[in-house]
Design a protein around this ligand. Structure first.
Ligand code: OSB
Ligand code: MG
Length: 367
């Protein structure tokens, strides 16, 4: 695959409403857009989705830019590769920095799929023509969470994820369950608990949750295994799954009943598909995790969620849930609780160039 250029853009936009967890409140989102161009003028797109500060992963917008500009892009432009599945090997000399790799890999896979004239999801064997949509309610006020759930129920969302911590969990879950006894509900703790909270966490078994996401340490796999044996509610690992090896360890130790794959966090398509295949082999259900992303990352996630192991609705919501207007055309739209999967080549969506230009603060081209 001959690349004629790779472009990086910094872009940002305000969120419609603050995204609140016990760790951080996000009000504005900055990402890096990667464009990989070939000699025929086809362009593939990727989106690097670290945050501006390292509250969720150690990567930031600045570290990603550094890794892309100084290591990954020079290696890629100097290398004569035939197929995007060679990229992970080419980049193995760069340790970790999964979000930087993911964005560049996404752009090159999108370009490759466009060259081949095939939809990205299909390229990886995805067969779904529609994907069940899930939504995240990240508010610190229960009245506000209830109001958001009510609005999202009108759109038909098929899964509701709330953010919890040891001080708000019982109040939130009691109120939500008394208003909506039967909605598919789960709770994400973003590592707010420790093993000392086991008796408290056992109380959450009464709320009929689909799962509890990442209750313990962000880098833990062993303690989650101990916790899972003490709780009926399935544990789902998010922060702990940053590679194929992590997923394998979690399965070996029975640390969780469910895994969420965030392509960005595991280093892109090739790793995400490897983890998917492993989980399918072990009968562990999957869902596709979100990063409060713009349309390009959303489109890649949608394509990933067409693979057969993604049996649980993930964090893929409509573009309009977060943005006044998105950078893709059409935007991602949820109707009757589902998103229709495109069938055009690559990510299957066009780029809204004027909107992207408007939101871009810096742009640079590498050849
Ligand atoms: O813990 O799942 C998380 C967003 C940013 C960082 C961490 C998490 C999230 C989400 C997904 O909850 C939100 C979304 O993209 O809709
Ligand atoms: Mg999470």
């Amino acid at each position: 695959m001959k690349l004629s250029s790779i472009t990086l853009r910094l872009m940002k936009a305000p969120l419609k409403r603050p995204f609140k967890t016990h760790l951080e409140t996000v009000t504005e989102r900055e990402v890096i857009i990667v464009e990989a161009r070939d000699q025929d003028g086809l362009t593939g797109y990727g989106e690097a989705v670290p945050f501006s500060s390292p509250w969720y992963t150690e990567e930031t917008v600045k570290t990603c830019f550094h890794m892309l500009e100084d290591f990954l892009i020079p290696k890629t432009l100097a290398f004569d590769f035939k197929h995007p599945n060679e990229l992970a090997g080419l980049w193995s000399g760069v340790r970790r920095n999964a979000m930087a790799k993911s964005a560049l890999e996404q752009a090159i896979w999108d370009l490759y799929a466009k060259q081949e004239g095939i939809y990205l999801g299909k390229l990886f064997g995805g067969e779904r023509t529609e994907v069940d949509a899930g939504v995240v309610i990240a508010s610190d006020r229960v009245e506000d969470a209830l109001r958001q759930i009510e609005e999202c129920l009108e759109v038909g969302y098929r899964r509701y994820k709330i953010k919890i911590n040891p001080t708000n969990d019982l109040e939130f879950l009691t109120q939500i369950r008394s208003a909506y006894p039967d909605i598919p509900l789960m709770a994400d703790a973003n590592s707010a608990y420790t093993l000392q909270d086991v008796p408290h966490l056992q109380k959450l078994d009464a709320f009929n949750l689909m799962m509890i996401e990442q209750p313990l340490g962000h880098d833990d796999i062993v303690e989650h295994s101990l916790l899972q044996k003490e709780m009926e509610t399935p544990v789902c690992l998010d922060e702990s799954i940053n590679s194929y090896h992590d997923a394998k360890s979690a399965l070996m130790l029975e640390s969780c009943g469910v895994i969420t794959i965030k392509m960005a966090k595991v280093g892109g398509w090739s790793q995400a598909v490897k983890i998917h295949d492993l989980c399918v082999e072990h009968n562990v259900p999957l869902w596709c995790g979100g990063m409060i992303e713009f349309g390009i990352s959303r489109a890649h996630n949608l394509a990933l969620a067409t693979l057969k192991g993604f049996t649980i609705p993930g964090d893929i919501s409509s573009s309009s849930r977060y943005w006044e207007s998105d950078i893709i055309e059409p935007e991602v739209i949820v109707k009757n609780g589902v998103i229709k999967v495109p069938d055009k080549p690559g990510i299957g969506f066009s780029i809204h160039s004027e909107r992207l230009d408007e939101l871009t603060s810096y742009r640079t081209v590498y050849r």
